[in-house]
Design a protein around this ligand. Structure first.
Ligand SMILES: [Zn+2]
Length: 125
């Protein structure tokens, strides 16, 4: 499974829309590949005030629900396939659910892959 394939799977779920006055969803979508070879996809949910979560968080919740926690690769995209690196909270979250995820490969730009350990150097241990 390549990052290009993961990116395409994530992009299929990008569907920005407003559900209620203060709730926007689907602007960002994330796809992750587990060590067992499964792919999970999730989208962001933003509900004011201060509720909701990132697309990565959503994809991770689906993975956990299916009994897995080790992520090999993860990507997040928005409209037009623009790639976003995970926010600080998601970086810590990916680490917190499985310490081996420090080796998770993350697409942070169109042609740039880094390991989680590179973008989370000072963890809250
Ligand atoms: Zn995040």
């Amino acid at each position: 499974m390549t990052f290009e394939q993961l990116k395409e799977m994530a992009l299929e779920k990008v569907n920005p829309r407003q559900l209620t006055d203060y709730c926007h969803v689907g602007l960002v979508s994330s796809a992750l590949l587990t060590e067992k070879g499964h792919v999970y996809v999730g989208v962001n949910i933003d509900a004011s005030p201060g509720m909701g979560f990132c697309a990565e968080h959503s994809a991770i919740a689906q993975m956990i629900a299916n009994g897995e926690s080790r992520i090999q690769k993860i990507v997040a995209v928005s409209v037009g396939g623009k790639v976003y690196p995970p926010c600080g909270r998601c970086r810590e979250f990916i680490y917190r659910i499985n310490y081996d995820n420090l080796d998770t490969e993350i697409l942070v730009d169109d042609n740039k892959v880094v390991k989680l350990s590179e973008i989370l150097p000072y963890r809250y241990d």
